[in-house]
Design a protein around this ligand. Structure first.
Ligand code: AMP
Ligand code: ZN
Length: 118
């Protein structure tokens, strides 16, 4: 039985209970546009199953972090930023500004993304 958190915003998006601008999805993953985009491409890539952080999803040893990285690449191709390049970010914990505790990779592209951020 897949884990779900009844109070989790992204579990509700996975279930179709809250609308989202879906870019692509498959059996394991849903990718949708961030409601407050920080770049021309800003897409969140999440597993359907609830894990609070990237570390927790990785520790489950189910290939979910691989699936997120693969779908992030698909999103970049769909948005036409794969060749120029993009950033895949996982904020983890309060000091990193994580607000939604359902693991999500931010795919950011379409503008200069040199590091450290300005
Ligand atoms: P983080 O700070 O890494 O937890 O990122 C959470 C992200 O979720 C932020 O970039 C928000 O703009 C985004 N977000 C919050 N609610 C929604 C929503 N309903 N649909 C799409 N993105 C959302
Ligand atoms: Zn969740």
């Amino acid at each position: 039985m897949a884990q779900r958190d009844a109070d989790c915003l992204f579990c509700k998006i996975v279930a179709g209970e809250i609308p989202a601008d879906i870019v692509t999805k498959d059996d394991e993953i849903v990718a949708f546009r961030d409601i407050n985009p920080q770049a021309p491409t800003h897409v969140l890539v999440i597993p359907r199953e609830h894990f609070p952080t990237a570390a927790a999803a990785g520790s489950a040893d189910r290939g979910l972090m691989d699936a997120i990285a693969r779908v992030a690449g698909e999103v970049a191709r769909i948005d036409g930023v794969a060749d120029d390049g993009y950033r895949l970010v996982f904020n983890t914990g309060p000091a990193a500004g994580q607000e939604v505790f359902h693991v999500h990779g931010h795919v950011l592209g379409g503008r200069s993304l040199t590091w450290p951020p300005g």
